[in-house]
Design a protein around this ligand. Structure first.
Ligand SMILES: [Zn+2]
Length: 374
């Protein structure tokens, strides 16, 4: 049995009092601050007891069964979307039902659902996961050691006989964590990690943050297996994976979702309405004359229009030939084959015919009080 314990490095202030948390800064372009100001955007609450409000949006999870499935059902029932998890999130544990196993399993699931480390809030203190990660970073040797342990146990080592054991202590009372530098390397490179969590929930959570930070390889997280008080082993990596999978299945997390429809200004709405009126009524209002002739190709009856600028035509447009037809971008347009290179919608038609600006054309169309195109 090898116990690695040397050169402990202190992780300062793993837990911060709620009052010391920085409040959210205004986003780019936001001039109005949310009042009152909160340190987080979203607060996920597990447990029945009231908690200090840390975010404008509070989501309560009713976890009936403290397994990955149970947490997953609670997440689905609470209608938590992965979009919620993209903002600044804190997970609050409240009430008597909080046990080390329940907190750790729930937290591991939410880590997968959020695909990043989340801050934890218990009893008016918050463990800021990113800070723990920063402090732990660089503790472990970045180069693969000559001997990699197949199975390492972290925690109450004495109980596990022949297994290599290391200590990653979190001293909650002193508001700091202690990580052995040599132990850090062993933990970081061990093939499997069995973790006997401290019985204090706050200490256990810092331990988990430290272990996760030590074992992370780039964006990939490698959570340990949790050795429960009853001897049951919970694979936290698998729990985290179920959280990740449920996120993939979440309908709100589609990258193909339509962008929100921009709200049009009153002027834009007026122009759009003018462009959508019945084009034949516009032509009539402009004084255009038409005739019904037989289509030379199909023999079917069709309406042809005299051009609104007959001076452009050599014979003064004695024989009408302009047509009305569908526009590729939608709606119906008018085109004289001699004068125009494309079909014009009602708004552009009036601009071209009368030689006026878009707003004057819209004014004219609205004055005529025409029906919308069907
Ligand atoms: Zn023409």
């Amino acid at each position: 049995m090898v116990v690695v314990r040397s050169q402990p490095a202190a992780v300062p202030a793993a837990w911060l009092p709620v009052g010391e948390l920085p409040v959210l800064a205004a986003g780019p372009g936001e001039t109005v601050q949310p009042v009152p100001q909160f340190p987080y955007h979203v607060q996920v609450v597990i447990g029945d007891d009231p908690v200090t409000r840390l975010a404008p949006r509070q989501i309560r999870l009713e976890v009936a069964e403290l397994t990955a499935d149970g947490v997953g059902q609670a997440v689905a029932a609470a209608d938590v979307s992965s979009a919620d998890m993209r903002s600044s999130v804190v997970v609050s544990f409240a009430g008597d039902r909080v046990s080390v196993e329940s907190v750790v399993v729930t937290y591991a699931y939410l880590l997968g659902f959020a695909r990043r480390r989340l801050d934890v809030h218990i009893a008016d203190r918050v463990c800021v996961a990113s800070r723990v990660g920063q402090w732990v970073h660089g503790l472990a040797c970045a180069v693969r050691p000559p001997v990699v342990q197949p199975l390492v146990t972290v925690g109450n080592a004495a109980e596990f006989g022949e297994i290599t054991a290391v200590h990653v202590d979190a001293v909650a009372d002193e508001n700091q964590a202690v990580v052995d530098a040599d132990a850090a390397t062993v933990v970081a490179w061990a093939r499997r990690l069995l973790w006997a969590a401290d019985r204090d929930v706050a200490v256990a959570l810092v331990q988990l943050c430290v272990l996760a930070a030590l074992r992370a390889r780039g964006a990939s997280e490698r959570l340990p297996a949790l050795l429960g008080a009853d001897g049951r082993v919970v694979d936290l990596a698998a729990v985290r994976r179920s959280g990740e999978l449920s996120r993939s299945a979440s309908r709100s997390d589609t990258r193909f979702a339509l962008a929100p429809v921009p709200s049009l200004s009153a002027r834009q709405q007026r122009l759009c309405a003018a462009a959508a009126v019945d084009i034949e009524q516009v032509l009539a209002a402009l004084g255009a004359r038409s005739a019904v002739v037989a289509d030379p190709a199909s023999g079917e009856q069709m309406r042809v229009w005299h051009c609104l600028h007959p001076q452009n035509h050599t014979n003064g447009d004695a024989t009408p030939s302009a047509r009305v037809g569908a526009i590729a971008s939608g709606g119906v347009g008018f085109r004289c084959l001699r004068c125009l290179s494309e079909r014009l919608d009602p708004l552009r038609l009036v601009m071209w015919s009368e030689g006026v600006t878009v707003d004057v054309a819209a004014d004219l169309i609205h004055q005529w009080n025409l029906a919308s195109a069907s």
